[in-house]
Design a protein around this ligand. Structure first.
Ligand code: 26V
Length: 833
């Protein structure tokens, strides 16, 4: 131990003299220390959370040294850095990944083995950190892993929700939500940093005051303040000793409680403001239309934006005092969708009201530091906030947004004089009885970069949703195709495949996924093929055991595992999948099932609690499943199972075991998809529409190794107006039989009418998702997929090629793209510090 001399702020750093050894001996000794002395436990019970916690502490100690080193290097070099602002980080479990990245998996396994424990069991004890809804939140988590691995100075800023994504239980076929109390047993990864707490203002009013120099200043007064307390989670890079930070904010009352009120005898009122403050970070919002427009959600967004920007400025001032001249050159804020878009106005406020900037100076900094990523084309998903709510909650921010809009409208009027329609269309304010703030437009106007998440999606943004803006500022628009981290989504979740690949190619694919391309050479090698199949079979057995455990249904691994797991949404068309299941059921029942590949159709996903249609899709799947699974004629031929409580750790078991990956959204609706990439990486073959990143997946692997079906974006566009689903049903015997079965009540014998709305939606000429339009081509493509599956050699070849061609879909590539085109930060060089 030693103490470093003080820096210019007078702080002295306490240094550890030696690094902790990575040997099994040392790990076991630390484990024993934490289990016995710190947590005060004696008996080893396999299911105890304390075993897991003790392993985490032993690993965390080793992360801590590296974490400090990374922090010090970035500080010392005064490097340009990125803050990734996101309302969601869907991290999943952290232990396996930390051990893998630290390179201490083997030694930890050995250490635990000595006391009769299996690392696998210990890892299984970790609860998922489920602070996200789906793709957008998981993408943020994969980004952090890749940034740390690429040594990029990127800090994630998010919210430490007390309750994350709800747990899903199925009762009589219906989804039942249960609170996710993920913090109840403690969360050993986080470090509370009370010393960096920030104050966040709400309410009050915006006023103008004259300062000592006689200048007018905006002030925001009579506010209700809330404390933002940061909790840091380490984000280790892969075998590079870099540890980045995920900083999550938790809300707390500034004053424990109101003593005046307490003394006056009103105990309940005295704690009311404490409760109101802490409510802000109580629960993650599910993404459903009905949840929009809620005040608490806006509070969350502002809370995150303000705390993170203030934190960045505090950190800046510690190093640069009041000199902001380099601030824009050294900072970049990436907005994960519009959720944190209020940061545009908040940075303006902080610079002008609190740091003496004039409007133009502040706007220059804002426009040079903000970058916005869009994640959806669904118009109903574009966030808008009532002006009235803003005025009540964030009055000073509303002033600023109005002023940004005034400057912006002046710019449009100059470019297109007299085009009032354009002004109305592009204004940040949607006029009407209840005027609304268009958060996407605020994000666009305030950012130097606007990107979509797959090539098709980025094109559709430019040509459709954001057309006017792309015309005004073509250079700001760009594409960054999503990816996934191969450390979690291949190396960690599919060790058997990782080893097989390793035997042929070595391990460099773990940090350079394009290396997988060399697998193509073995696609037709019979010996390699056989081993490839053995791995898939073992993974299927593992998943089958998990399913049997959860549902007490037995599953045969001879079947093709045909999998669709993702949030339940009409545009994702789980219903189309069910129609196909019913079609197969009908064929087998009629005796027309000869030669069909035996199939397990596995569907999993959560419906937003307020999304009625999505919830009836779940009920429908479960009802159809019950009929199919209890029909003896289906035994060994067809099974339909709903996988309850789908989450990140479930996907870690599911994607290595999948044969067929269902990516069947209505073309033009799925921005990218990332599950599609996880399946591809693990050797599943996609059946999919030309939507989102499916287009690029098909390009990468070749049309022969992808089951394509369905209308294109252009087809769908052309169909609108003349779409006649009833005619499609009547003109197609297979389709008619499926609809007849549904309409006859075959799947809801004792629950009359419950599927009516769903059935009607398929027959609706105005159906935005055009499910019926793709029925025929879907069934045909499925027939080809089934036949191909029965040609073992061909299927295995296709499977190997899918993995081999998945190199582009690593978030390492995605992060390089962001850095080359948007961020321009230098990798952290820890050696030289
Ligand atoms: C939000 C809403 C809100 C209101 C109504 C329906 C609705 C539907 C979806 C959403 C989520 C929008 C943001 C999102 O999660 N996008 C997903 O981002 C992933 C990562 O880029 C991408 O792979 C998915 O395709 C995209 O849906």
């Amino acid at each position: 131990m030693s103490v470093k001399p003080s820096n210019k702020n007078g702080d002295r750093e306490l240094l550890q003299t030696s690094e902790l050894p990575m040997t099994a001996d040392a790990i076991l000794s630390d484990f024993t220390h934490y289990f016995g002395r710190m947590l005060g436990r004696r008996t080893i019970q396999v299911d105890s959370p304390f075993l897991y916690q003790s392993v985490v502490y032993a690993a965390r100690d080793r992360l801590m040294e590296r974490w400090n080193k990374t922090r010090n290097t970035v500080e010392a070099n005064d490097s340009r850095r990125v803050a990734y602002l996101s309302l969601e980080f869907l991290m999943g479990r952290l232990l396996r990944n930390a051990l893998l990245n630290l390179g201490m998996e083997e030694e930890t396994t050995a250490a635990l083995d000595r006391i009769g424990l299996d690392l696998e069991d210990v890892c299984e004890r970790e609860k998922d950190t489920g602070l996200g809804n789906g793709g957008l939140g998981r993408l943020a988590a994969c980004f952090l892993d890749s940034c740390a691995t690429l040594s990029l100075p990127v800090v994630g800023y998010g919210i430490r929700y007390q309750y994350g994504m709800f747990h899903q239980r199925i009762e009589n076929g219906y989804q039942v939500e249960e609170a996710d109390s993920w913090l109840r047993e403690g969360f050993p990864w986080e470090i509370e940093r009370i010393e960096y707490a920030q104050t966040i203002k709400f309410g009050g009013r915006s006023d103008v005051q004259i300062d000592e120099q006689g200048r007018s200043r905006h002030v925001w007064v009579d506010t209700n303040d809330v404390l933002a307390i940061p909790y840091d989670i380490p984000v280790p890079g892969f075998e590079n000793d870099v540890v980045n930070t995920l900083r999550l904010w938790s809300a707390a009352a500034r004053d424990e409680f109101d003593l005046e009120e307490f003394n006056a005898g009103s105990y309940a009122d005295s704690v009311a403001s404490k409760n109101a403050a802490e409510n802000i970070t109580m629960v993650l919002y599910p993404n459903a239309t009905t949840e929009n427009g809620q005040e608490l959600r806006l509070r969350q967004q502002y809370f995150l934006a303000s705390a993170s920007l203030q934190d960045t400025i505090r950190n800046w001032q510690r190093r640069h005092g009041d000199d902001f001249s380099e601030f824009a050159a050294k900072n970049c804020f990436q907005l994960n969708d519009t959720h944190p878009a209020i940061a545009v106005a908040e940075l303006m406020r902080l610079l002008i009201d609190e740091h003496g900037f004039d409007w133009n100076g502040a706007w220059d900094v804002t426009r040079k530091t903000m970058a916005y990523t869009n994640h959806t084309l669904l118009p109903e998903a574009l966030e808008m906030w009532p002006v009235a709510m803003f005025r009540r909650l964030l009055p000073r921010l509303l002033d600023i947004i109005y002023e940004i809009n005034a400057h912006f409208i002046a710019e449009i009027s100059q470019r297109w004089p007299g085009d009032n329609d354009k002004v109305r269309r592009m204004s940040l304010i949607q006029e009407g009885a209840d005027p609304m703030i268009r958060m996407a437009y605020l994000a666009i106007v305030g950012s130097f970069s606007i990107n979509g998440v797959a090539e098709l999606h980025s094109r559709l943004l430019r040509e459709g949703l954001f057309r006017d803006f792309a015309e005004l500022w073509p250079d700001r628009f760009n594409n960054k195709t999503n990816g996934v981290t191969q450390r979690r989504w291949l190396a960690a979740c599919n060790p058997a495949l990782a080893n097989l690949i390793g035997e042929k190619l070595g391990d460099s694919w773990k940090t350079n996924l394009e290396q997988l391309d060399a697998l193509r050479e073995f696609a037709d090698d019979p010996d390699f093929q056989a081993r490839w199949r053995d791995v898939k079979l073992a993974n299927k057995q593992r998943l089958a055991a998990d399913i049997e455990n959860k549902t007490s249904l037995s599953v045969s691994t001879d079947m093709m595992f045909d999998v669709q797991v993702k949030r339940i949404h009409e545009y994702k068309r789980q219903l189309l999948n069910v129609l196909h299941a019913i079609h197969l059921y009908d064929r087998i029942r009629r005796g027309d099932g000869e030669g069909l590949a035996p199939r397990l159709i596995l569907i999993g996903g959560k419906a937003a609690p307020g999304y009625v249609m999505a919830k009836s899709v779940i009920k429908c799947i479960n009802n159809v499943a019950r009929v199919i699974n209890s029909d003896p004629a289906m035994a060994g031929r067809l099974q339909l199972i709903f996988y309850a409580d789908y989450n990140v750790s479930a996907m870690e078991k599911i994607c290595p075991a999948a044969d067929l990956s269902e990516q069947i959204s209505t073309a033009g609706k799925e921005a990218s998809g990332t599950g599609n990439m996880k399946f591809m990486m693990n050797g599943a073959i996609t059946i999919g529409t030309l939507d989102g990143a499916n287009v690029e997946i098909r390009e990468a692997v070749g049309g022969d190794n992808f089951f394509l079906f369905g209308n294109t974006v252009e087809d769908i566009e052309a169909l609108r107006g003349s779409y006649d689903p009833q005619a499609l049903i009547d003109g197609d015997t297979d389709f008619r039989r499926v609809m007849d079965l549904l309409e006859s009540g075959h799947f809801n014998r004792f629950e009359p009418g419950i599927l009516d709305t769903l059935i009607q939606s398929i027959k609706e000429p105005a159906d935005p998702w055009m499910t019926a339009a793709d029925f025929r081509s879907f069934v045909d493509a499925q027939e080809v997929a089934g036949a191909t599956y029965q040609d073992e050699t061909l299927w295995t070849r296709m499977s190997i090629l899918n993995t081999a061609c998945s190199g582009r879909f690593s978030t390492d590539r995605t992060m390089r793209d962001y850095n080359d085109d948007i961020w321009h930060v230098e990798p952290i060089n820890q050696e030289t510090s």
